[in-house]
Design a protein around this ligand. Structure first.
Ligand SMILES: Cc1ncc(C[n+]2csc(CCOP(=O)(O)OP(=O)(O)O)c2C)c(N)n1
Ligand SMILES: [Mg+2]
Length: 787
C-alpha cells in the first residue's frame, strides 16, 4: 500500500532529526564534554549520515517488534538517536557517548540500554549473525516452540566494505544449504570504506553471488528527485551520465558541491539543449540536492523498496548512498573519521532551525507539532516494550550418567554422556541442540546424532539406510532433528552457537547448544567466539583433540595457546578434565551455568583429548564435585611438611601420577593437585583479592588459596599441562611458592605421545627433573627409564 505523503513527510523529518541528533551526539563528545584524555570520536559521523534515512525508514515504519536487527558498527550514533526519539535512550547517555557507561561506540546488547538486538563492531560478524538467527528461528518454529509468536525478519544494515569479510560468504553458502528465509541485508552502498573508495564494478560481482545463492536483489539507486528529473526533457542524458560516473569522481563532486557537478556535466555532456536547460534551471544548491538524492537518501524510495517484498526468501537491498551526506565532508575520501568544526556545526544547526540551547530537544526545528510527533512515535509498530524475551530454566539432573570403562578418553566420555542424555526423554534432552563444522563423527557426536537425528525443515531419509548399506550412522533429516550440520567453516560454527545461544532472548525458547570442533581451530573462529561471548550468548563448546597429545596428527593440528585463550576469554568458563567422571560433573554444571542470569552465567569450553587413560575408580562425593567445578582438588593431599606439590591439568594426568609415585619415595609429604579449570581457579583468585581490597576486613579466600593454604613458603610446585606453561605458572604467586612450569612452547612434531611428551618435557622424567631443581635432598633415584 503506498504511503501517504503526510506520513512520508513525517518520516523524512524524523530521519533529518536522527541525523542531527547523531551529529550532535558526536559533536558533544568532542567539543563540549570535557575530554581530558583526548578521546577522539571518529568513524561515526559520516557512516551514520549514510544510513540515517534507511534506518529511519526501517525503525519508524517498516520494522515489526518480532524483527531483529544488526546495525553496522559506525551507525551506532544514529541508532542511539532513533532510540532517543523512541524514548528508549537517555540524553545523559548520549551526552556521554563513548564515555564510561555512556552510549556505546558500537551497538552493544550487553552494555547499551536501548534495545540492541545484536552487538556489532567487528565488521562482518553482525551481518552473518542475522543469517544464523534466522536459521535458529526456523529450528525453534519446527520444534513447536514459537507458540503464537510471529516469525521475525532478521535484518542486517551492512557497510559495503563489510562485504570484504570472508565470513559473510561462508555464511551465505551455509544459509543456502539450509534454505534460508526471512533475512534481509541492506547494503549501505556509499562506495567508501575507511581508507578508500570501493573498487569499480565490485558490486556487480557480489550481486551475481547473491542471486546465485537464491537471494532476491533489490537495487535502490535513484531517489525521487532524480527519477522526476529523468522524466524531464534531457533527463535520459543525465541518467546515463550518473550511471557512467566512476565512484571516486561521484564522491569527489558530492564533496565539492553543485558548482563542481555543473562544470563536469557541462564539460562532459556539452551543450545539448534540453539537458543543459535541466541543469541550468537549478541553482548550485538545487543541483547538489538532486545529484545527492540517491535511493538510500530518499524516504519514498526506501519505503517502497522494503514494502515491495512479498515473499520470505532472503533479500539483499543495495541502497546507493553518499558517505556523510548532508554534512560538509560528504563524499570526501578521508571522511571516515571526519568531524565537524564548531563553525560548521553552527551553520548546520542554523540550517535545521535549531535554537542554541535546544540541541537535544526532540522536535526542535521540525514543522510537525510535538503532540502529533509524540502520537506518531507512540504508534510506531517497532517501538514496543518486551522485545527481549525470556525462557524458563531447563532442569539439569544432579549427576549426568555415562557408561564407564576402565580406560577412556575425555572425548569418548563426552560422547557417552550425551548418548546417555539422548536415550532419555528429559527436558534437557529436548533442549540440547548440537552442531559441528564437519567433525561430528570425529568429535564423538555420532551416537547423539544417531538417536536425535539431524535437523532440516523437510524430511530427508538417510540414503545409505534406505539402500540397506551398513553404516554406523543413521542420519535422517527431519524437522524434529536436533543436530545442525555445518560445513567446515569454524566462523560459522561460532556464529551459529552465538545465534542458538541467544534463542531464549530472541525467540523466547531456551536452547542448550553444544558445538564441537578440533581444538586448534578455535583460533580460526576466535573473533566469532569472542563476539558470541560479548553478546552473552550461552553455549558449550567441546574442543577435541587438543595439545600435542593428538601426537601423530602433527604440528599443524596441535594446539598450544588454547588454554590461555580459554582463561582470557570473558564469558567463557574453560575446563580441561583428565577423567570422564570429572567431565560428567562439569557438563552438568555447564548446562546450569549456561542458564544463569546475565552477569552470573556464561558459556563453557571443554578442552578434551583423544588419549585413553586409566580412569579413577571413586565415589563422586559432593565435596569432590565442588572441587571439580571450582577448578581443582587434591588427588593426593600434601602432608604437613610437604616439600613439593605437582599440579597438573588434563591428559598428562598419568605422567603426573607416575612422577608423584617416584618422587614420593625420596621427598616428604608430596601432594598431587588435579586442576580441572585453571580459568575458574584464576578468576576466583582475582575476584577474592579484589573483594578483600574493596572491602577491607573481609576474610574471603578463593578456592586455590584455601587449597594451597597448608603449604609452607618452601614448598615447590611443579605444574604440567599439554599447552602453554603460563596457564598454570601463576600458581606460585598465590602464596609465594617457587614454581617450575612445564608445558609446550613450540610447534609440535609428529610422533607417539611418549615421543612428544619426552621431546617437549612434559613426561614423568621431566616432572622428576623439575622436582629435583625445586627441592634439596638426595637425588630421586627411582627415575623412570626412557622407553
Ligand atoms: C574486523 C574489523 N576490521 C576492521 C575494522 C575497522 N573498520 C571499521 S569501519 C571500517 C570500514 C567500513 O566501511 P563500510 O563497511 O563501507 O562502512 P562505512 O564506513 O562506509 O560506513 C573498518 C575497516 C573493524 N571494525 N572490524
Ligand atoms: Mg562504505
Amino acid at each position: 500500500m503506498p504511503v501517504d505523503s503526510a506520513r512520508l513527510d513525517t518520516l523524512t523529518a524524523l530521519a533529518r532529526k536522527a541525523l542531527w541528533l547523531s551529529s550532535w551526539t558526536i559533536h558533544h563528545a568532542n567539543h563540549i564534554r570535557s575530554n581530558t584524555d583526548g578521546l577522539k570520536v571518529g568513524g561515526h559521523q559520516a557512516s551514520s549520515a549514510s544510513l540515517a534515512t534507511i534506518m529511519s525508514a526501517l525503525y519508524f515504519h517498516v520494522l515489526r517488534p518480532e524483527d531483529r536487527v544488526a546495525v553496522k558498527p559506525h551507525a551506532s550514533p544514529v541508532f542511539h538517536a532513533i532510540q532517543y526519539l523512541f524514548g528508549r535512550q537517555s540524553r545523559e547517555k548520549l551526552e556521554n557517548f563513548r564515555g564510561f557507561k555512556g552510549a556505546q561506540s558500537y551497538p552493544s546488547r550487553t552494555k547499551d540500554v536501548d534495545d540492541v538486538d545484536f552487538s556489532t563492531g567487528s565488521v562482518g560478524l553482525g551481518v552473518a549473525q542475522t543469517l544464523f538467527a534466522s536459521l535458529v528461528q526456523d529450528y525453534v518454529k519446527a520444534h513447536g516452540w514459537m507458540k503464537d509468536r510471529r516469525e521475525g525478519r532478521m535484518i542486517a544494515l551492512v557497510g559495503d566494505a563489510e562485504m570484504d569479510e570472508g565470513n559473510i560468504f561462508e555464511a551465505l553458502a551455509e544459509g543456502w544449504k539450509h534454505g534460508l528465509r526471512n533475512t534481509w541485508w541492506v547494503v549501505d552502498y556509499n562506495r567508501q570504506s575507511l581508507d578508500a573508495v570501493v573498487r569499480e564494478g565490485l558490486w556487480e560481482k557480489f550481486e551475481t553471488v547473491f542471486r546465485n545463492f537464491g537471494w532476491d536483489v533489490v537495487i535502490v539507486k535513484y531517489g525521487r528527485l532524480m527519477r522526476e528529473a529523468f522524466a524531464e526533457a534531457g533527463g535520459e542524458a543525465l541518467k546515463t551520465w550518473i550511471d557512467n560516473c566512476p565512484n571516486a569522481l561521484y564522491a569527489a563532486l558530492c564533496f565539492q558541491g553543485g558548482g563542481a557537478f555543473r562544470k563536469h556535466l557541462h564539460d562532459e555532456i556539452g551543450d545539448q539543449g534540453p539537458i543543459t536547460k535541466l541543469i541550468d534551471k537549478r541553482s548550485d544548491e538545487e543541483l547538489l540536492a538532486l545529484m545527492s538524492n540517491l535511493g538510500g537518501h530518499d524516504m519514498a524510495s526506501m519505503v517502497e523498496a522494503f514494502e515491495s517484498v512479498d515473499h520470505d526468501r532472503p533479500v539483499c537491498f543495495i541502497a546507493y548512498t553518499i558517505k556523510g551526506v548532508g554534512l560538509p565532508f560528504q563524499g570526501h575520501k578521508d571522511n571516515h573519521a571526519g568531524l565537524m568544526t564548531v563553525a560548521q556545526m553552527e551553520k548546520y544547526r542554523e540550517s535545521q532551525s535549531i535554537r542554541p540551547g535546544h540541541e537535544w530537544d526532540k522536535y526542535e526545528g521540525l514543522t510537525q507539532g510535538a503532540a502529533e510527533l509524540d502520537a506518531f512515535l507512540a504508534r510506531v509498530p517497532f517501538n514496543k516494550d518486551g522485545r527481549r524475551l525470556t525462557a524458563p530454566v531447563v532442569e539439569v539432573p544432579q549427576q549426568l550418567a555415562f557408561k564407564p570403562s576402565p580406560q577412556m578418553s575425555t572425548q569418548q566420555g563426552f560422547g557417552l554422556v550425551l548418548n546417555e542424555i539422548a536415550r532419555g526423554d528429559s527436558e534437557l534432552a529436548k533442549r540440547i541442540v548440537t552442531t559441528s563444522p564437519d567433525v561430528t563423527v570425529s568429535t564423538n557426536l555420532g551416537p547423539w546424532v544417531n538417536r536425535r537425528g539431524l535437523f532440516a525443515r523437510g524430511e530427508k531419509a538417510d540414503l545409505f539406510r534406505s539402500e540397506k548399506i551398513p553404516s554406523t550412522f543413521n542420519w535422517d533429516f527431519s524437522p524434529k532433528g536436533q543436530h545442525l550440520e555445518l560445513g567446515i567453516a569454524e566462523m560459522n560454527l561460532f556464529i551459529m552457537l552465538s545465534a542458538l545461544g541467544l534463542s531464549h532472548q530472541i525467540n523466547g525458547a531456551r536452547l542448550l547448544p553444544v558445538g564441537t570442533l578440533y581444538d586448534p581451530f578455535i583460533e580460526r573462529g576466535l573473533d566469532a567466539l569472542n563476539y558470541a561471548c560479548y553478546q552473552d550468548a550461552r553455549f558449550m563448546v567441546a574442543a577435541t583433540p587438543s595439545g600435542i597429545t593428538l601426537a601423530p596428527e602433527g604440528g599443524a593440528h596441535q594446539s598450544i595457546a588454547t588454554p590461555l585463550i580459554g582463561m582470557a576469554q570473558d564469558g567463557l568458563a574453560t575446563f580441561e578434565p583428565a577423567f570422564v567422571d570429572e567431565l560428567a560433573v562439569i557438563m552438568g554444571w555447564g548446562f546450569e551455568h549456561m542458564q544463569r542470569d546475565p552477569g552470573e552465567g556464561g558459556s563453557v569450553y571443554l578442552r578434551l583429548s583423544t588419549r585413553s587413560i586409566e580412569q579413577a575408580q571413586r565415589i563422586m562425593t559432593p565435596e569432590l564435585q565442588q572441587g571439580i567445578t571450582d577448578g581443582a582438588y587434591w588427588l593426593r593431599k600434601p602432608g604437613p611438611n610437604a616439600e613439593l606439590v605437582i599440579a597438573y591439568t588434563g591428559a598428562v594426568a598419568p605422567e603426573a601420577i607416575e612422577a608423584t609415585g617416584f618422587i614420593g619415595e625420596n621427598r616428604r609429604d608430596i601432594g598431587l593437585l588435579a586442576i580441572t579449570s585453571a580459568d575458574r581457579l584464576h578468576s576466583g583468585w582475582t575476584a577474592a583479592r579484589k573483594l578483600r581490597r574493596d572491602r577491607r576486613g573481609v576474610q574471603h579466600l578463593s578456592h586455590i588459596e584455601k587449597l594451597l593454604a597448608p603449604l609452607t613458603r618452601d614448598c615447590g610446585i611443579v605444574t604440567v599441562i599439554d599447552g602453554h606453561p603460563s596457564a598454570l605458572g601463576w600458581l606460585g604467586s598465590v602464596r609465594g611458592n617457587r614454581v617450575e612450569a612445564l608445558g609446550v612452547e613450540q610447534f609440535g612434531q609428529t610422533g607417539t605421545i611418549a615421543d612428544l611428551y619426552r621431546h617437549y618435557g612434559i613426561d614423568a622424567n621431566a616432572i622428576i627433573d623439575a622436582a629435583e631443581s625445586l627441592t634439596t635432598g638426595a637425588p630421586i633415584v627411582h627415575r623412570k627409564m626412557a622407553v
